[in-house]
Design a protein around this ligand. Structure first.
Ligand SMILES: Nc1ncnc2c1ncn2[C@@H]1O[C@H](COP(=O)(O)OP(=O)(O)OP(=O)(O)O)[C@@H](O)[C@H]1O
Ligand SMILES: O=C(O)[C@H](O)[C@@H](O)[C@H](O)[C@H](O)CO
Length: 166
């Protein structure tokens, strides 16, 4: 894969699951942006409060740093909800591509509900959807519907990107 990829979308859309599967399929390094949050961000979300732009700024800097360190390929799961956040990532890694995992609130809420023990409360899903700005035509990316198997999502991305496995 010639450039780093960010698997993006709202909480519970499958970023970690799909991101890890894609990285394995493409045989490139994988990282989860959830692991790069400052502890204060995790505490805030755990307490039921949505992050704001200021909270996300240092976190996106860390995500961008990882992308810049993987110019020859790597997959990062990161919500990247707003255009300005993706612009911030592109400043670090101009060639970054995005895979937007798109789904209805109904499907995603059901998946979140059957995922016990995660710090992200289901009550924040509405704010995640309200904050999400879809990929714009000038952004390098692919949109895949999450209401299908993980394998089908991975294949959908590969087909849309004309990427072959080694
Ligand atoms: N295509 C799929 N079909 C069925 N279940 C799925 C699919 N993708 C993900 N899941 C399940 O949905 C739940 C949410 O997925 P996951 O944790 O990967 O989402 P996420 O976007 O990384 O969430 P967060 O950003 O909150 O960490 C998990 O329990 C996962 O196993
Ligand atoms: O931008 C955000 O609000 C955050 O990245 C959240 O989306 C969580 O980190 C993640 O999705 C965990 O559930």
């Amino acid at each position: 894969m010639p450039s780093p990829l960010v698997v993006m979308g709202v909480s519970g859309s499958g970023k970690s699951t799909v991101g890890a599967a894609l990285a394995q399929r493409l045989r490139v390094p994988y990282a989860d942006a959830d692991d790069l949050h400052p502890p204060a961000n995790i505490a805030k979300m755990s307490a039921g409060h949505a992050l704001d732009d200021d909270d996300r700024y240092p976190w996106l800097e860390a995500v961008g740093g990882w992308l810049a360190d993987h110019p020859d390929g790597g997959v990062m799961s990161c919500s990247a909800l707003k255009r300005t956040y993706r612009d911030q990532l592109r400043r670090h890694a101009p060639d970054v591509r995005f895979l937007l995992l798109e789904g209805s609130m109904e499907v995603i809420a059901r998946r979140q509900a059957s995922r016990p023990g995660h710090f992200m409360p289901a009550s924040l899903l509405q704010s995640q959807f309200a904050t999400l700005e879809a990929l714009e035509p000038d952004e390098d990316g692919v949109v895949v519907d999450v209401d299908q198997s993980v394998d089908a999502i991975v294949q959908g991305y590969l087909d849309a990107s004309n990427l072959e496995e080694d």
